[in-house]
Design a protein around this ligand. Structure first.
Ligand code: G4P
Length: 532
């Protein structure tokens, strides 16, 4: 096979996806169950489970653990049915939704995980909107069917109402939520019964039945399921690959991650229906072919993940070509060479050296001090991918070092967290360099900054909340007028040098805009679709 053919063949084998869900819907359990099924790990809890986090963790993972949230993002890689799965972790808490944009810029598909009793929850919806913005195909998995929950048809209505996607159930539950017997597989045309396997969280026992036997053995549960399936057929809620890929429909599966019901089917659906990596659009408007020389997108930068390695890792999604460890790449933002001697696949605390990678894969590059989220790396012709949008900040606070003797560490720390994209850093001549304003999507970001500055830079900071609640992009001409207004202030944002005007509230902003109709006040990218 030619080298180009090799790359295309490898790309076709890749499935790169994320699980999006509201906290507690079962993402960790699902991640573990998927990996278990694919036999990537042998020990339940070794990868991601809250109970299973083991070994040394850095100080700020301590914060993460005590709050029961996942801040770290990386990718779990495993093989299944001759395919390579890259499961990219998304932050669990709404306050870290900025990270979500970056993570979802690295995937080709998302699994939307719903709790059968709760249906669509706010964080799920927020994450879904990012998928919609990027037109990422979404597979829906209704979880916890082993516990009492809603009616399946009601859940479908809810999915459609909130997402606008038409649900096309692949499997349909037999037995109401809480009395889960199995599923009718509408796509495979068979009936599968589930039983808990002795010994817990390994595979479930699955028995296949013909519809005739199902009728004889399952009685009223089967009668109800077939009536509902009849209804689905009548309204034409059938899977259509084109509509799914066009982000118009969402295949739905019912299951339970904890006893591993329906997990094998989800893996098969990912192999059979989820798209493999496609050529990625560039700023120029054309797309970089998969077989073009190597290009990758930095979607996440993380420092000091592990105190044993005080380093900085950049997570890169391979977009085209073959990555080989040791390659010298060009860093698009600076034009400088970047050596890739230390390349890893990283998930949680586990690291394994990676020697080569193909489109869809995620590579962790160590010692990546120059890299920022959104940057590109390439060989051959320059690659430039469109910028990753960021959420509009809604919380603002002035940061000051409590110890004036540590001004240098304070500045270094703030710059570092700015570069990682942990928080947006705003500066102005009026406030000066010693008192930057931190802008966050959610207040928990402040806690992370405070904690990391203390733990990693030995700098204790004070944070004084400001009563601003929204930001708009502006220009130099408008800035002069805005600086004279009450309830408004203008800053330069560190990460892109954009001029931002912040306001106490909508009402204040509208009044100023009415009084000065020539002002430039543009919503930040995420504003335009944050509410629908
Ligand atoms: P998250 O990562 O989305 O936050 O959710 P996580 O997997 O931690 O699951 C949240 C809770 O829901 C856990 O219980 C987990 O065991 C439970 N769970 C997940 N999937 C299923 C399922 O299919 N069926 C049932 N019955 N429960 C499920 P917990 O008691 O909060 O935590 P733990 O002590 O069991 O870890």
């Amino acid at each position: 096979m030619t080298a180009a053919g090799d790359v295309l063949g490898e790309a076709r084998r890749r499935r790169t996806f994320a699980v999006i869900s509201h906290p507690d819907a079962g993402k960790s359990t699902m991640t573990e169950a998927l990996a278990l099924h694919a036999s990537a790990i042998t020990e339940a809890g070794a990868v991601h489970g809250k109970a299973g986090r083991r070994g040394v963790t850095s100080d700020w993972m301590e914060l993460e653990r005590s709050r029961g949230i996942s801040i770290t993002s990386a990718a779990l890689r495993f093989d299944y049915r001759g395919h390579v799965f890259n499961l990219v972790d998304t932050p669990g808490h709404a306050d870290f939704s900025e990270d979500t944009y970056r993570v979802l810029a690295a995937v080709d598909c998302a699994v939307m995980l719903l709790d059968a009793a709760k249906g669509m929850e706010p964080q799920t919806l927020k994450l879904f909107q990012v998928c919609r913005h990027r037109r990422i195909p979404v597979i829906t998995f209704v979880n916890k069917w082993d516990r009492p929950g809603r009616e399946p048809l009601e859940l479908l209505d809810q999915i459609e109402e909130h997402t606008g996607l038409r649900p096309t159930p692949i499997t349909w539950p037999i037995g109401v939520a809480g009395h889960f017997r199995g599923v009718a597989d509408r796509l495979a045309g068979k009936v599968v019964l589930y039983e808990r396997a002795p010994g817990g969280a390994t595979k479930a026992l699955e028995t296949e039945l013909t519809p005739e036997r199902a009728e004889a053995e399952l009685g009223a549960d089967w009668a109800q399921a077939s009536e509902e399936i009849g209804l689905l057929e009548a309204i034409g809620a059938d899977h259509d690959q084109k509509l799914f890929e066009a982000h118009e429909t969402t295949p739905v599966l019912f299951g339970a991650a904890l006893p591993n019901f329906g997990i094998a089917r989800l893996l098969d659906v990912l192999v059979d229906l989820a798209p493999s990596p496609a050529p990625r659009a560039e700023v120029s408007g054309s797309a970089r072919p998969l077989e073009a020389p190597f290009s990758g997108l930095v979607f996440k930068v993380q420092a000091n993940m592990d105190p044993a390695h005080r380093d900085r890792i950049a997570f890169v999604r391979v977009c085209s070509g073959r990555f080989e460890r040791g390659m010298v790449l060009t860093h698009g933002a600076t034009g400088r060479p970047f050596a890739t001697k230390y390349a890893h696949s990283v998930f949680g605390q586990e690291r394994a050296t990676i020697d080569d990678a193909y489109p869809g894969d995620v590579v962790g590059l160590v010692n990546a001090t120059a890299l920022r989220p959104g940057d590109t790396l390439y060989t051959g012709p320059a690659a430039e991918f469109p910028p990753i949008p960021s959420f509009a900040p809604e919380h603002f606070a002035v940061a000051r070092s409590r110890d004036s003797g540590r001004a240098k560490q304070f500045r270094r720390g703030i710059d570092q967290l700015d570069a990682e994209g942990v928080i947006q850093v705003l500066r102005s001549d009026v406030r000066g360099d010693a008192a930057p304003v931190l802008a966050a999507v959610g207040p928990m970001q402040f806690e992370v900054v405070q904690h990391r500055l203390a733990a990693e830079f030995g700098t204790v900071i004070s944070l004084d909340r400001l009563d601003y609640t929204l930001a708009r992009r502006t220009d130099a001409a408008s800035a002069e007028t805005l600086a004279r207004q009450r309830g408004c202030e203008v800053f330069v944002r560190g990460r892109d040098q954009a001029l931002l005007a912040v306001f106490t509230d909508q009402w204040r902003m509208r009044t100023i805009a009415r009084e000065h109709p020539d002002l430039t006040l543009e919503p930040l990218i995420a504003d335009t679709h944050a509410d629908g």
